[in-house]
Design a protein around this ligand. Sequence first.
Ligand code: SF4
Ligand code: SF4
Length: 208
Amino acid sequence: MGYLRGVVWAVGTILDSMAVSVRGLFRKPVTLQYPQEKFILPPRARAQLHVNIDDCIGCDQCARACPVDCIYIDTVKAPASEDLGKTATGHRKKLWVTRFDIDMGKCCYCALCTYPCPTECIFMTRSYENAVYDRSDLVYHYSTISPEQAAVYREVAAKAEAEEAAAKAAAAKAKAEAAAKATGEAPTPPAAGSGGPETSPAEPGAAS
Ligand code: SF4
Ligand code: SF4
């Protein structure tokens, strides 16, 4: 009797599981024949980042907002005489963006970097098909400036900075001399290591 009950139970179980399979035949399939078929993404889906580098002013705000520090930006200040143009949003560009890399292997797709961008040039796209064999290929390079050109820009910037410092020092010296002339005294000689020209003239009557 116990044996027959077991057989009935086994047959019932088989029929039950077959019924599940048969029901599945008439359901709408949930699998996709990827890559021939593509997912229909939700309206607010976000995937890969993209940077329109022509509109980037190198302000670094996106990198500072990133919680995982996967945006790397290097900039070089252009001399005042250099016109780098404006972005589409009307912001004047003052820096050469010599490096703008995003490591998408670290990115958590939070989109926090996109909100502070003043020129709206960093944004999330709906592109998700970017599988690679080598993790280093997940570091996206957006700067169009080559390392050689960046070295040239750094030299130009250093020269302009030195010229600006010299001009400021000369102006400060001239001001000190004019002030001393007005009070009828010789300008105070610069103290050792004080940067000289920016030293104030002696107070009238303070000399012993
Ligand atoms: S989406 Fe988030 S994690 Fe990715 S780069 Fe932007 S701030 Fe960083
Ligand atoms: S916030 Fe925008 S403009 Fe500023 S560095 Fe990032 S991408 Fe460029």
